[in-house]
Design a protein around this ligand. Structure first.
Ligand code: S3P
Length: 424
């Protein structure tokens, strides 16, 4: 589906953002290990989370949709050998977390994915899982691959990468391993696995950038998933850059390991208010108000990068509207996402008229620039490139065309519908 985005007038209104993708993946996967029944409310309906849900069904879980917002997962007969290979679709989180979950099971499993996922590196999880005793059949550490049933031993793993996918993979394997599994990372990545494991009764301890887990059984515990700050980011930036805008986004997860986007946009002079803070299913949640602002440039590097890694494409759009030079560095793993996001952002957003210099590990963005539009944008099969381009389109002088916009369905099928509610 190709779409045209026209320059927008002010954005106004109160909206609720769909559920967090990372938390939904975990709620589904962890429910499959409970040997009981639990309800997941307000789950993400994006294609990525549906890939995870279908996989746990193939592993023996009974899935019952109670209504539009709630799903019941019955894992009393899970986990058993799937009859066919497991399809991870476009989802890196499904693949890498599932690999940890499946590594300590009593049966072999085959995993595969779409073209984009089949190019993504799995060495980061295969290597430590091999150290724990898992055997794999793979070609160049990529999908498709086979996990051979093995007995696992805990390891003390110091990761070169700050990655929640690697961390969660090892903690999931650690649930079934002999002894203790310790994972340490250079900076703290998102900690939804640790929080949900605590909530579900696992024997887990956290010490700064380390998490350690002992062989544990997860208890079935109903989970209510909060709104996704990574999805909210597109609306927050849209309000900050579109003159006279004032929007409130309700029920957004503001977990500190995810809220780097708020810190950076506030440092850029963004008018953002955090309202009505509360805790839901062991996660911090709030309503976020964002108003049109005169942005100024900043530098984004180091420990904050894992706290906003998925928001960098839309932050680049904000940087084009900020006075001065914004520098984004230490983000080389952006090249290993659904697309190489460093080259995709540079190539596509330059077409809009942005002044962006590509670096090996990030960008230099000079602002403030008037975005002229009048061009065709490619999404590179990447939902976040599609939504970032749409956000830019709201302030482009002339309409832009975005090709294959249907990639938004990976995380945010409700995106256009929600936009229609705030555009006047
Ligand atoms: C995710 C972790 C991040 C993020 C991805 C979701 C997760 O990846 O980019 O969209 O749910 O654990 P890395 O852990 O590879 O940085």
């Amino acid at each position: 589906m190709d779409i045209t985005v026209n320059k927008s007038k002010k954005l106004r209104g109160i909206i609720e953002i769909p559920a967090d993708k990372s938390i939904t993946h975990r709620a589904f996967m962890f429910s499959s290990l409970t040997k009981g029944e639990m309800k997941v409310s307000n789950y993400s309906k994006g294609a990525d989370c549906m890939s995870t849900l279908k996989i746990i069904e193939k592993l023996g879980c009974e899935i019952k949709f109670i209504n539009d917002k709630e799903v019941l997962v019955n894992a009393k007969n899970a986990l058993k050998a799937p009859l066919t290979p497991l399809d991870c679709g476009n989802s890196g989180t499904t693949t890498r977390l599932m690999m940890g979950l499946l590594a300590g099971q009593k049966f072999n499993t085959k995993l595969f994915g779409d073209i984009s996922l089949s190019k993504r590196p799995m060495k980061r999880v295969i290597e430590p899982l091999e150290l724990m005793g898992t055997r794999f059949i793979h070609n160049d550490y990529k999908l498709p691959l086979e996990i051979i049933a093995s007995d696992l031993n805990g390891i003390n793993y110091v990761s070169p990468l700050a990655s929640a996918q690697v961390k969660s993979c090892l903690l999931l394997a650690g649930l079934n391993a002999k002894g203790e599994t310790i994972f340490t990372e250079p900076y703290k990545s998102r900690n939804h696995t640790e929080l949900m494991f605590e909530y579900m009764g696992a024997d887990i301890k956290i010490n700064n950038n380390s998490a350690s887990i002992k062989n544990s059984q997860l208890n079935p515990t109903d989970i209510n998933v909060c709104g996704d700050i990574s999805s909210a980011a597109f609306f927050i930036v849209a309000a900050l850059i579109t003159p006279d805008s004032d929007i409130t986004i309700q029920n957004v997860g503001i977990n500190e390991t995810r809220s780097g986007i708020i810190d950076v946009l506030k440092a850029m002079n963004g008018d953002i208010e955090i309202l009505n803070e509360r805790t839901i299913s062991n996660e911090k949640v709030a309503d976020i108000r964002a108003r049109y602002s005169s942005l100024k440039a900043t530098t984004i590097e180091g420990a904050i990068i894992p706290r906003l890694i998925d928001e960098i494409p839309v932050l680049v759009i904000a940087a084009t509207q900020a006075e001065g030079t914004t520098i984004i560095k230490d983000a080389q793993d952006l090249r290993n996402k659904e697309a190489d996001r460093i080259s995709a952002v540079t190539n596509e957003f330059k077409k809009l008229g942005a002044d962006i210099i590509e670096k090996n590990d990030g960008f230099i963005v000079n602002g403030k620039t008037e975005l002229l539009g009048d061009c065709e944008i490619e999404c590179y099969h990447d939902h976040r490139i599609a939504m970032s381009a749409y956000t830019a389109g709201l302030i482009c002088k002339k309409p832009i065309k975005i090709n294959e916009f249907q990639w938004v369905d990976i995380s945010f099928p409700e995106f256009l519908n929600l936009h229609s509610k705030i555009q006047s």
